[in-house]
Design a binder for this molecule. Structure first.
Ligand code: HEC
Ligand code: HEC
Length: 314
């Protein structure tokens, strides 16, 4: 009997040593750096490029919804508070704070090179080449549009605001060490894209810029992986007033919310902005979408295979 206890005790000791070594290993290695290709993207001072960047950042790309200090208020009131960051995202494995993306050199992106910023958008890595938790799905954004976004960011007035450091618990560090990787767009991002009302441009806006696909597809709560048909809705999102579920955007005659809409109805709906209070959909940003871009989105969504999936919000 005594001997057996001794053996078990020794086994436990060995086990805790192994766990201890593993945890120390994680602690020292979770900030893994990755080699990602150069993009060669350089900011421009051309006013047309900067204007395109502003449209993307404030409008369809909705960066300010996460990078302004009070995204919720911003979302509702449409005020243009500077993008000085600090919005907390509470996750099961830690708290992540959005970065200060004003041009402040100490606390913002003023000290980052164009290449660093371009890589963040193209490959989902930070300026120091560590992998980001995938909040930003702009990997398929064209070279020309990334250039426009960066060019606009360079013109934003600096705001000094030290954002708290991302805090990961041990599970988060394990995820950071083994799961998070740079993201490579598939299909590869185009150099530039024609901005007409084509299905191709609509698809680009819905998947590489406006991120419609990320919210309007059912996803696994823990991994974020798509588990439902793309654009068929069903993803549940918490907000101040309760849980929202994203509607089905495919043209299914019974369950697709926009199936019976004409292009003009779609444009009108976006001009109206948020109808349901505290909806997580960035309506305020999308209100400024051009008629051209809204039509492209509409034609793309109507080109999808209809999926029967009933998802209704109160
Ligand atoms: C859904 C929320 C969300 C949206 C939308 C968003 N961001 Fe972010 N962004 C974050 C979060 C959160 C972080 C910090 C993540 C971290 O450090 O782990 C971040 C970090 C960054 C960083 C800093 C990376 C570094 O080097 O530390 C840059 C630059 C950035 N975002 C630019 C943008 C731009 C440009 C857009 C719009 C095209 C945008 N973001 C849209 C949430 C968002
Ligand atoms: C951050 C998540 C999120 C993103 C990004 C998002 N949506 Fe939504 N969307 C929602 C939610 C939640 C609802 C349901 C609540 C509401 O109607 O506001 C919704 C509702 C809608 C509706 C139905 C409106 C109605 O009157 O019933 C349409 C149409 C729509 N989204 C289209 C889009 C398009 C197109 C994009 C991309 C340009 C997009 N959404 C991006 C979350 C999102």
């Amino acid at each position: 009997m005594k001997k057996r206890w001794k053996v078990t005790g020794r086994a436990l000791l060995v086990l805790s040593l192994i766990v201890g070594v593993f945890l120390i290993y994680i602690q020292f290695s979770y900030r893994q750096k990755y080699d990602v290709p150069q993009t060669g993207i350089v900011a421009s001072r051309d006013s047309a490029v900067i204007a395109r960047g502003e449209y993307l950042v404030m409008g369809v790309g909705h960066c300010w919804n996460c990078h302004a200090p009070d995204g919720e208020t911003n979302l509702q009131t449409g005020s243009r508070i500077g993008m000085s960051g600090g919005l907390p995202f509470k996750l099961p494995f830690g708290t992540v704070y959005s970065a200060n993306i004003t041009s402040d050199t100490l606390t913002g992106i003023g000290g980052y090179s164009d290449e660093m910023l371009a890589r963040t958008l193209r490959y989902s890595v930070r300026h120091d080449n560590t992998a980001l938790i995938p909040f930003m799905a702009y990997n398929g954004m064209s070279d020309a549009d990334i250039r426009a976004v960066i060019s606009y960011l360079r013109t934003i007035k600096p705001i000094r605001n030290q954002v708290p450091k991302t805090h990961l618990n041990m599970a988060g560090k394990i995820v950071a060490r083994f799961v998070l990787k740079p993201v490579v767009a598939d299909p590869p991002a185009p150099k530039a894209i024609t901005r007409d009302t084509s299905i191709a441009y609509g698809k680009y806006l819905a998947t590489a810029v406006g991120n419609c696909v990320s919210c309007h597809t059912n996803r696994d709560k823990n991994t974020g992986a798509f588990v439902g048909s793309k654009f068929a809705g069903g993803y549940q999102m918490k907000s101040k007033t309760g849980v929202f579920v994203t509607p089905n955007l495919t043209p299914d005659p019974k369950t697709g919310v926009i199936a019976s809409w004409k292009p003009s109805d779609f444009v009108r709906r976006f001009r109206a902005g948020a109808v349901r209070p505290h909806t997580p959909m960035p309506w305020k940003s999308f209100q400024s979408l051009s008629e051209n871009d809204l039509k492209a989105l509409y034609y793309f969504l109507h080109s999808l295979e209809p999926v029967n999936n009933n998802q209704v919000n109160p």
